[in-house]
Design a protein around this ligand. Sequence first.
Ligand code: MG
Length: 216
Amino acid sequence: MLTHAIFDLDDTLYPQTSGLWDAIGERINLFMIDRLGLPPDEVKARRDLYFRSFGTTLKGLMRDFHVDPADYLDFAHDLPLEQFIQPDPGLDAMLAALPLRKSIFTNADVKHARRVLNRLGIAQHFDTIVDIWALNFVNKPEPEAYQILLSTLRAEASHCVFVEDSLRNLLPARAMGMTTIWISRNGTNGDVGFVVKNVGEVGPIVNDLLRGKPNG
Ligand SMILES: [Mg+2]
């Protein structure tokens, strides 16, 4: 029986074509060049290495440069959201009709999450935000992050559906027994339960599951 719907934030609750995630990436590059004095032509390779090794750039920068995470997160997310994402009444309606407890599970911080949720007009649906502070910088896809999530929600993995745009971040959830829904414009159903093009399609899938249709 599903009781909890858990959503990633960036590129999951708003379209991957919005440009917001790319703009955050540009802010991160700028942080590394302006604040840390790194040569611009080294930034991409270093970010790729950190992403592969740790799942986030922040974690690598904390290890190698002792960056202040609050300073980094404020800098990375200092963007005019209204230029990238718009209120989404369709998503608001879908969430309102979804008969599960809803939470956010993000490697970003709660400040950014609240701003995004408010801009989309959907903040009222989420009773819990498990962010990078709540995770104590144990981020997705580290399996421990999912354990922290479940203990925070006091939920069993098998009672949760997890919605994400990152396949890498879905796999640990799948392995733990969560139902997984991958938001992907061109992904195919391989290692995850369901693949959809946008978050609006989550409602019908969950309703089918609640009616007892077979798990994907
Ligand atoms: Mg994402």
